[in-house]
Design a protein around this ligand. Structure first.
Ligand code: ADP
Length: 404
């Protein structure tokens, strides 16, 4: 059976795709459609190192997906539907229902729809992507890979919020966690780099991209993570606040007359680095900090301190730690952040090597000193490859089951 998988990642107003070999990870083509539904959208398709870009209005997801397939027809490679093993979809919220990726059928679409209240921004877009892809590739198996699935192994003491029983039991109010495909990929790669079996490896993984979260991973299984019911909790992010006093909603409502929606919106879109410094992009923040912009300095410090606190908390949760692993754009490319979050922790056995930490590289690598009890690793994540790998595994095991 072919290992060729088309991965689709439908966001609230964007669609990203990659056609790749799920075994080798080698991509044949990738692309994106941004600003779907707005006056003008951007379509990009990259094949053999060459980017083909186009600006035009993209009405909806169907238009976006049809246009993307059109780009394959025009610029290649041809997607002969018979040669596709699967279409793999990123689905953000699987609630507590999905510990594994699953084959998509009509019933599953209904279940994902039922989970919309838990992820009102993300799940509707993911659903739309699933529906349109099923129409366009009726004979190709479609697999949903959930961001929450990896955290299914969290123990009750980690996922339970101390709130009334009815909220927990009837309304699914608990920690779910996200970035699961990234954690699955990165923890496997980190164990390889350490030369250890995943089953015997304890890691604190820091996924620091536009969204950011931390996870405590014992033997390849998540035991705690910083995002919660929604992707708002935990670390400071580009535009999201992360942790704060839950009484803030009520306070702002009473004192400023803000509606719950207004507070929600501000915490999701106008907070984090943006709220603190006026910019949400970490690279830009570092440039401003280098120019001694006081807001940028504070934003950087708040961000780094939050990361540091989670490292300490998850070290304690795990008891024994083999490595701290950084990934995502910030984790991979900011030596300053790594230093600010992890220096001065020698008594915990965490010792960065300044030269290794400063060296810019794209591959997975060690940035701790040789004598560091706890390794510090930088491991580029690859969520699309992980989705493709998981999608292929589901399709292969379904085929084998049918054969038996
Ligand atoms: P996403 O979560 O959307 O996948 P990424 O993982 O690509 O995003 O991370 C994006 C973040 O990484 C941005 O804040 C960006 O500024 C930051 N970043 C990328 N490269 C660098 C760099 N060289 N130095 C510091 N930050 C960087």
């Amino acid at each position: 059976m072919t290992a060729r998988v088309l991965v689709l990642n439908a966001g609230s107003s964007s669609l990203k795709y990659r056609l790749l070999d799920a075994e080798s990870g080698v991509a044949e083509a990738s692309g994106s459609v941004e600003r779907i539904g707005e006056e003008s959208g951007t379509l990009k398709h990259t094949v053999e190192g060459q980017e083909h870009a186009q600006e035009r209005r993209v009405a909806d997801f169907e238009d976006a997906l049809r246009s993307s397939l059109g780009a394959f027809d025009r610029h290649g490679p041809p997607i002969d539907r018979d040669t596709l093993a699967a279409v793999g979809h990123r689905v953000v919220h699987g609630g507590d229902l999905f510990a594994e990726p699953v084959l998509v059928d009509e019933r599953l679409l209904g279940t994902i729809e039922d989970l919309v209240p838990l992820a009102p921004l993300h799940n509707p877009a993911n659903l739309e992507g699933l529906r349109v892809a099923r129409q366009l590739f009726p004979d190709v198996p479609q697999v949903a890979v959930f961001d929450t699935a990896f955290h299914h192994t969290m123990p009750a003491h980690a996922y339970t919020y101390a709130v009334p029983a009815a909220w927990r039991e009837e309304h699914g109010i608990r920690r779910y966690g996200f970035h699961g495909t990234s954690y699955a990929f990165v923890s496997r790669r980190a164990a390889e780099l350490l030369g250890r079996a995943v089953e015997n490896t304890n890691l604190v993984v820091l996924h620091l991209g536009n969204g950011a979260s931390a996870a405590a991973i014992r033997g390849g299984r998540s035991v705690d993570t910083s995002m919660g019911l929604t992707p708002l909790e935990g670390l400071v992010m580009g535009t999201r606040s992360g942790d704060l006093d839950p009484a803030i909603h009520g306070h702002l409502h009473r004192e400023l007359g803000l509606s719950l929606e207004e507070v929600d919106r501000a915490l999701y879109r106008e907070s984090g680095l943006l709220g603190l410094s006026g910019v949400n992009d970490f690279r830009e923040l570092e440039q401003r900090r280098a120019a001694e912009d006081a807001d940028a300095e504070l934003a950087f410090d708040v961000y780094a301190y939050r990361v540091r606190k989670y490292v300490g908390a998850y070290y304690a949760a795990l008891g024994e730690l083999h490595a701290v692993v950084l990934t995502g754009g910030v984790g991979q490319h900011s030596p300053q952040l790594r230093t600010a979050a992890l220096s001065g922790l020698e008594r915990l056995g965490i010792v960065l090597d300044p030269a290794r930490n400063e060296a810019e590289a794209r591959h997975a690598r060690t940035v701790s000193a040789d004598g560091s009890d706890v390794a510090v690793l930088v491991v580029p994540t690859d969520e699309e490859w992980e989705i493709a790998r998981q999608a292929l595994a589901v399709v292969r095991s379904a085929t084998e089951r049918r054969r038996d």
